[in-house]
Design a protein around this ligand. Sequence first.
Ligand code: HEC
Ligand code: HEC
Length: 509
Amino acid sequence: MLSGLVMVVAAVVAVGWLAYLVAGSVRGKGKEDVAVNLRPGDSNEELEGKRLDTSLVWSVAFAAFLALSIPIYFLGEVDRQAGFEDEFYETALEHGKKLSATTEDGGLNCMGCHGANYVGGAASYVEPRSNVTVTWSAPRLDTIFYRYSREEVKFWLIYGRPGSPMPAWGLEGGGPLNDQEIEDILTHMESLQLPQDEALALIEGDLAAAQRSLEGADASVAATLADQQTLVSFALDAPQYETDLLRLHDEITALAESEGIDVDGDGVSDEAENGLPALFEEVASLGLDQYAVAGVTNVDLPSLDLDPRNPVTNGLLPDGDLLYGYIDDEGHEVEGVLSRLIKTMQLFEIAAQNQERTLDRFQLGLDFLEGAVEDELWEVDVQAVADATFGGDVDTAQRAVNLFNANCARCHTTGYSAGPAFQGPIGGGGFGPSLLPPRALIQFDADPELLASFLISGSEEGQPYGVNGIGRGYMPAFGGLLPREDIDLLVAYLMGSTLGGPNLMEGGS
Ligand code: HEC
Ligand code: HEC
């Protein structure tokens, strides 16, 4: 807009100047050139009459133009400024949106882990203590501005969260993004924040999910353990499978490529059509799909009727496509049986060749999980919490436990985000400090109000809290996301004598 105005003024000046030059040359036409100092001067009459009037009229007109145009220009200034801001905002929003999109959409995959529109999601991650690949939940970010200030969110973006799948993104943290890019992501994230009533409406669903996860914990741990046992046997059995698969691969290839009588003329010899089904059968009987957890996909065998007298396979199987794959009518690649077999074989081959290392790694995970099954650290004794803290009221105790698990455990209980099998003692500390009783009593001087106000506003960088805490701004504020009654339940729970897990006293065992 500003540039538009400048252009108009420049154009007016240019046109004026041109007109002046033209007028000058027309006026001077036909006259003899006389040196300026020899020309007779204008008479007084001329100077003080028409000439003066003309220039005065022009001066007044120009002054009036200036006097009017400046206020008119400034009258529009506020709107213009707002217009720029809108424009900058839109650009930042667009840029932030691009950066935070999933990998498939060409972004940095924020939404691949944190869910579309930041509703929460999960990431595959090698849990460092066990070396087991787990599904680590990634928090929803569409309410994060209720929990953290923009500066605090920016900190997580720049430095990531060590010991979790959250990478560092800022240059200072060793990531790829400059300050402007981080700001644009933040602007976009801010635009996706839920209105507060919608954020509050999420509570009951979150609590129900936390309770379901508690109730399903035994089954989930059992499944994790079974998968790990499968991985160990995968490593143990790999050499045998490799041998079997190699043999079957060679037999299938030789037979498929055999050139002999081909009665139905479909490009596959009679010998092959007669012999292949048995070999496919044999591959199926290996039961490869039991190793799905190791990334082995079953080699789907063709349900095609290989009949040496039926040429119907002709259209489907031009020249060994069945074996090596082809591009179908819609342009999609269809993998052949042999290509899949070869891939699977390679997987077993790698496992067989690195058997010792693979086995060590899987065994470490198995030991870890067997220890977890023994310790049952995910178990919560809700009755004990009810008796110790809530006058025997189990429902209230359960709500307190759910509130803690849904909002706090991911930072205050080691491994909570990785699933119950990987969980440390409830409230035993993780990214945040241990909250095992009597920690909260001591830190907050047995004053519920003091703890409540800490939970409501969170920690602030460099600001002391409680008796001897120094905040780093990492502890979120919950005042905007949990009603006061729920905050009070959490306060009572933390100040009670048990969090429902094994009674590990802080510093003791
Ligand atoms: C590989 C998966 C992954 C990717 C990619 C990822 N994050 Fe995260 N992010 C996580 C996980 C997991 C956590 C929680 C860490 C924990 O358990 O403490 C997290 C935490 C965060 C937090 C702190 C949230 C809180 O409440 O504690 C913010 C903010 C965040 N991520 C933003 C982003 C942005 C923006 C991007 C893209 C530039 C991004 N993340 C990319 C997995 C990911
Ligand atoms: C994103 C991680 C995170 C979440 C989620 C979280 N906290 Fe914290 N919390 C921390 C960190 C880190 C500290 C230490 C203060 C700091 O570094 O700023 C802390 C400190 C505390 C303290 C003070 C501990 C002490 O003795 O010094 C209490 C109490 C506490 N948190 C309770 C909670 C409760 C209750 C919730 C859930 C409603 C919760 N926290 C959720 C990270 C978290």
